[in-house]
Structure formats: C-alpha cells, structure tokens
Design a protein around this ligand. Structure first.
Ligand code: NAP
Length: 283
C-alpha cells in the first residue's frame, strides 16, 4: 500500500467526541439533545443499525428514543407517530429507519417530518437548501464523506471530482456538496459510456454504486483521493467496497478501506446533525 489509509473509525470517534462536547454544553443549560428513531418491522439488519445508533447516541450525550411499530403497520399509524414526534418539544431529531415494509410510502413519510427535525437531511426542503448551496441538514453519509476529505487535507477547490452513483441518499447530495466546495463535478451512473475514462481524469473519486470492486485499481489517477461508499458482501461472505482496494491504493494519495472507512462516519454525522438541530431549535 502506498497511499494514506483514511481511517474512518478513528475520524468518526473524533467527530463523536466533538459532538459530546457540544451535547454537554447544551445539557449544562438544561437542554437534552434527543433523537427519536422509528423502526417499522423486524428486519434484522435495521434492528442492528438502530441499536448501534442508540448506543452511540447515549455515549455522545444524545438521548435516544426508540419507537417500534409492527411490520404490518399502516401508513396512517406511521404518520400519526411522526406527527406526535414533530409536536413533541423535547424531540430534536427524527429518523425513520429505511427501508420500510412495502405497504408504506417512504417518500410521504419523509415529507411529513418537520424539516427542522429532519436530521437525515432527506426532506425535499433540506435537499432543496443543499441544491441552493445553503445547506441546513445534510444527509449523513455524504456529510461523512466530506469530513473524510477534510481530514486528509483535500480541498476540492478546482479539482475534478467524479461521483459514481446518483441516488438521492448518497450520490446526488455528494455531488452537490462537492460543487458547493468548488470542485468540477462529473456524475456517473449505469448509463455512463466510458466510466474508466471518467475516473482516470478524476482527482477525487467517490464510488457509491453497490457493485463489488467495479472500479478497477488501474483507473485511478496517480495522487487521487478515493472515497469508497459501497458495502458489498462477496459469495464468500467477505465485505468489499466498490473499488479494487489493493490495486487502487498503489496509485491513490489517500483511500478509504471497506469496512472501516465511510461506514462509521454515518452515525457520527447523524449525531452531529441532532445536536445542530437542538441548537437551532432551542439553543
Ligand atoms: P442505489 O440507490 O442502488 O444507487 C446505485 C447507483 O449506482 C445508481 O445511481 C446506479 O445508476 C449506479 N450504478 C449501478 N451500476 C452501475 C454501473 N455498472 N456503472 C456505473 N454506475 C452504476 O445505491 P445507494 O443507496 O446510493 O448505495 C450505494 C452503495 O453505498 C451501496 O453499496 C450501499 O450499501 C452503500 N451505502 C453505504 C453507506 C454507508 O454508511 N457506508 C450508506 C448508504 C449506502 P442508475 O441511477 O443509472 O441506476
């Protein structure tokens, strides 16, 4: 390995420490930053994720409130719970764990969250602010990617950034954040004709695809910074990213591993958004 390993675990721990300091300052003034997490159904992966959110929240001085609805919950039941959390003055952030069971309309649920409590940053109003270049709550994984760039002193100004993947959750917000940070941004997706050529020109590569090692090591420009958002399980049960890590690390100036890169940043950024929401509403 030649490039610097971007240690997401360590950077996330540092960020959680910063959040804890801010949460303690709020608590000293009688304000307990509070995050409500709504889990519908019993999907094991979601349950594990919710549990780790609650643990990390508690450790950072953010009070977690878990709300569980049965798998067969109706749209009206879920919307009523969100309305109750919107109205609760003690709740600063609301997160509805996705994906929802198929009978539920997740877009309608997200739209029903008070934008001032939308710590996931997925409400159209918050995505609109981001598109306008004046973000309020930024989706957590994209926010984490930008922090990782900062931690390796990668200022995107004037650099060519290629974002692979255009989901509302990851690719689109990252592209907007990079534009706001003055990068020249190219968005790639499944219909892009020459993905290798696009990546070869990039000073910053963000891969958010969900295809194991689709981005080949020899596509990476010498000295590029590579952020791999992808999490894929191989048939052998190993976790790999969207980038061929070992080969890419020979060329990159800095690169995230999978696991231990972007993953740990997401929860840390969720807690950061929750404390920010508490300050905005009650600070
Ligand atoms: P998604 O909604 O499935 O979007 C995938 C994107 O990749 C789409 O825009 C798709 O293009 C594009 N794509 C698919 N095949 C491609 C190809 N052959 N060449 C170029 N582009 C291609 O996925 P997502 O929710 O954004 O997640 C992406 C990955 O990040 C997944 O592995 C997910 O597990 C991971 N993830 C990680 C975290 C974390 O905390 N670390 C958080 C969220 C997601 P089209 O639009 O043309 O279909």
């Amino acid at each position: 390995m030649i490039g610097q390993l971007i240690d997401g675990k360590a950077i996330a721990a540092k960020l959680r420490g910063e959040v804890a300091v801010q949460a303690a300052a709020l608590r000293a003034r009688g304000i307990t930053p509070t995050l409500a997490v709504v889990l519908v159904g019993d999907d094991p992966a979601s349950a594990v994720y919710v549990k780790s959110k609650s643990k990390a929240a508690r450790e950072a001085g953010v009070e977690p409130r878990d709300h569980k609805l049965p798998r067969a919950a109706t749209q009206a039941e879920l919307m009523a719970l969100v309305a109750q959390l919107n109205a609760d003055p003690e709740v600063d952030g609301i997160l509805v764990q996705l994906p929802l069971p198929p009978q539920l309309d997740s877009d309608a649920v997200i739209r029903s969250i008070d934008p001032a409590k939308d710590v996931d940053g997925l409400h159209p109003i918050n995505l609109g602010y981001l598109a306008q270049g004046r973000p309020v709550f930024v989706p957590c994984t994209p926010k984490g990617c930008m922090r990782l760039l900062r931690e390796v002193n990668c200022d995107p100004t004037g650099l060519r950034a290629v974002v692979i993947g255009r989901s509302v959750l990851v690719g689109k917000p990252i592209a907007l954040l990079l534009q706001n940070a003055n990068a020249t941004v190219t968005m790639c997706h499944s219909k892009t004709q020459d993905l290798a050529g696009e990546v070869r020109r990039a000073d910053i590569v963000i891969a958010a695809i969900g295809r194991p090692e689709l981005v080949k090591g020899d596509w990476i420009k010498d000295g590029a910074v590579v952020i791999d958002v992808g999490i894929n399980r191989t048939p052998e049960g190993k976790l790999v990213g969207d980038v061929q890590f070992t080969a890419a690390a020979q060329r990159a100036r800095a690169i995230t591993p999978v696991p231990g890169g972007v993953g740990p940043m997401t929860i840390a950024c969720l807690l950061e958004n929750t404390v920010e929401a508490a300050k905005r509403r009650r600070g």
